[in-house]
Design a protein around this ligand. Sequence first.
Ligand SMILES: Cc1ncc(COP(=O)(O)O)c(C=O)c1O
Length: 436
Amino acid sequence: MVLQTEFAQIRNKTLYIDDVDAMDLVKQYGTPLYVMSEGHMRYQMNELKEKFLDKYENVLPLFASKSFSCLEIYKLAKEYGIGIDCVSAGEISIALKAGFDPHKIYFHGNNKLPSEIEYAITHDVDHFVIDNFHEIDLVEEIATKLNKTIYATVRVVPEIKAGGHGFIQTGHKDTKFGFSARHGIYLDAIQKIINSHSIQFEGIHCHIGSQVFDLYAYVSAMKRFVGFAYEIYDKLGVMVTKINAGGGYGIAYTKKDEPLDFEVITTEIMKTIQEGYEKRGWDMPMVLVEPGRYVVGNAGITLYTIGTVKEIPDVRTYVSIDGGMTDNIRTCLYDADYDGIIVNKAEEPKTLKATISGKVCESGDIVVKEVKIAKPEPGDIFAQFSTGAYHYSMASNYNQLPKPAVVFTYKGKSKRVIRRQTFDDLIYYDVNEDYQ
Ligand SMILES: Cc1ncc(COP(=O)(O)O)c(C=O)c1O
């Protein structure tokens, strides 16, 4: 069993998260329930601060907020002085409502809508990670109309294959993200930006993929990016003064996963860029990193109530819980592995190899593909570990299941940061109109 945070512990026959008994959380808030250890998130954000932000000059760690986006997390990020990466006007709007500094927001996305660009610029978001030629035209037009300057980092495809599953590999040649380096396409994009009136070219952006455990992939990507910086200077005569090295730092979901240390990755990134820039006698550019899962992934534990237990002789035992792919899509989407326990039997022998299935009307609705647990019975509480990233933020209402509440725990206390949806919420957007 992998409890990848020291903020969660098994003792006194139960599970404690930030010293709060998980069974008390169940009594107080019901299930399914997303529990997020604020202790863990603070610890990770502090790592970004102490081991990157405070350690080097001219750097900024960004929290990739697509991994977990809500008012409270943006408030926490703000407290640690880090920036954020947003991929939609919706994420930006929540960050701004949380009081986040718009100048520390980096706006990502491969198809930013004109309305989103206008929203961002109107609200003083001025750092864009530019993805495509169409976007350059849109940003130029809208920024000029609003009389604003936008600072651009250009997303370039490093052509490096890394990351846990095909769907989360973004740095290889066949990707919808960014400009290809083939045939000098990215140079044409940068030239277009240089020629623009309202966009100022600053640098280049790289994201090789997610759930990456290979240090060499980061080093190779940065070597390639230093090469791009040379080429940009030699061919276009402009300096790359900012390099965003992306995120994707893998975390442990099960015993098989061996995460890299944050400081080891960032040290290698900094060293590779520094060596490359020194060769040309250049000053270091500003360097950004943007991990998401690393900050929140292991903070999350989802609590479910077990219902049906169905043994298919010589095949498997399905243990069904009161949620499913609606609150955890990663197992279906990425074939992800997880670990977990029955909380109220935390110290009983794990005698059953079970498949934890959801209650959604889909055969693929599996929450944990295989896990050894104590003998399950209806009413037991199953805790799934490492559910902090891409769970709540990817949740849906399929089968009209209300989304669970999100509770933060910290120093022996808990608080709701998102309430559970009600049946009324399920029809909140329904309208009764006549045909026109
Ligand atoms: C551009 C970019 N940066 C950062 C991230 C964060 O990745 P992770 O949560 O794996 O660190 C992603 C994830 O999709 C991304 O697309």
